[in-house]
Design a protein around this ligand. Sequence first.
Ligand code: DGY
Length: 325
Amino acid sequence: MKKRVLATRDNLPGHGLDRLSAAADVVAWSGTDKPGRADLAALAAGVSGVLALGNDPVDGALMDAAGPSLRVVALASMGFDNVDRAAAAERGIAVTHTPGVLAETTADLTFALILAARRRLASASASLGAGAWDVFRMHDYLGLDVHGATLGLIGYGQIGRAVARRAQGFGMRVLHHDPYASHTSGDTLSTPVSLAGLLAESDIVSLHVPLTDDTRHLISARELDAMKPTATLVSTARGGVVDEEALLKAVRERRLHSAGLDVYEREPMGGELSPLVAQPHIVTLPHIGSATESTRAAMVDLAVDNILDVLADRPARTPIPGGER
Ligand code: DGY
């Protein structure tokens, strides 16, 4: 008999869901909105696996709604802060994510944000669109150079290293600080430094750490004050890593040149826009770091592979740290 698997969406990029449906009875959320806790719990009874996105709430209540049959929660995302890891561990449930397949795509977007924030691309384009480009003036739309700048990477895993590779083409000096020292070995692209050294020396600080208890508000008023007033902060990590109020204040008061953000403390925003969105020196995108057709399909495929492996009693391919069972 086929095992039941809950998918938190009935429509995902690529053919992963078809492969899953060939091997399991898939029950999927088919609403147009993001499913809430109760929506998922109502579908979960008796499932052996859950295929979820990086912002779906996967907590002990959902695991209990599934019952003892649940063996694996597979995220089609790199981030895993939406999963109650302790609850999964207590119940012997494997938790997996999708490292590797999205690093290059997310690094591309990181560079897009760096360029957009330093060169003020969004305001320049908006001003053109508003018909305000009436005469060429030498002082209009002046930004700051990216080539030759010092780039500080906080977090030096796959995405951080992919950004460091791109930075070589821009002749940048690259520094990194990673709380997990094992990520730093055998690499000449970048120099390891203390967090204080990185903040003081970098023209651009880019965040590539997961959101955990240790990294929540890693960048707050003190760290922003330690950055150069000409610096740019870029984040494609998770909103909670930055204290957004402190960031907004620093940019408004011109104590920080600019920011490029793909992630927020509150997502999605709907019509209730964060004040960050209206700030002319902050470039904002709606969490699209991994959003290319092939990468999103690869993420779903890897999540499906993880489910099929665990349900066939094979080890999961890409468990989250400590998520193997
Ligand atoms: C990720 O993979 O973590 C992206 O942010 C999408 O959730």
